[in-house]
Design a protein. Sequence first.
Length: 241
Amino acid sequence: MMRMFRSEWMKIRRSVVWLLVAVSPLIAALFGLFAAKKGGDFPWLEALSLMSVLHAMLFLPLLTGVYAAMICRYEHTGGGWKAMLAMPVSRTQVYVVKFVIVMLMLAATQLLLLIVLLLVGFARGFSDPIPWRELASSFLGGWIACLPLAALQLFVSVAFQSFAAPLAVNVVLTLPNMLVVNSAKVGPYYPWAQPMLAMIPRDHYGFGAFNLPLETLFGVVLGSFCVFFVAGWAYFARKAV
């Protein structure tokens, strides 16, 4: 398994994907620097809300699809799947390692956004204590909410040889987020909206899907993750290469 991780690392270590990891946090930093209020009642949480809206509603779901597509890109060219599966590894190991790599990339994105938020707070002169518990809940929750998305996008990226096809599907399904998150009936069950629902401080919003308890949200997240991951793994286990 460790050799599989090293193999995947060799493929992506000089890839443009690492530039994409920084895109969303840097754009969020601009929002925080120019729009965050210094004198609010909860400056850190208000800055988090402001910076998370665009990041979690748009960029995080899109990046999940990009990471999954790029991690399968090499195997779709030049008989890469046959070469990989000719090694003494199982298909389950290959699939699990690729999924873990996608989640690690998302964790790097979330960690970088947290660092950017702290830098914005210091630059804006926030004097309130840093609410570490709320920040940890938001960033970890956003990462966990990406589990079903990553599982579904990896499934699609394994199934389609075209690099553009899974990305196009992801873009089309991400754009409705602005409307879906306002719906308490649809939002919690829509995978592309779940990262935003998990990241936004819940005390700041009292409408739509934001009214739902976290237990309901994460129950849906973990349930849909199991369905998407098992479906993708079952497809890959039977895929002809």
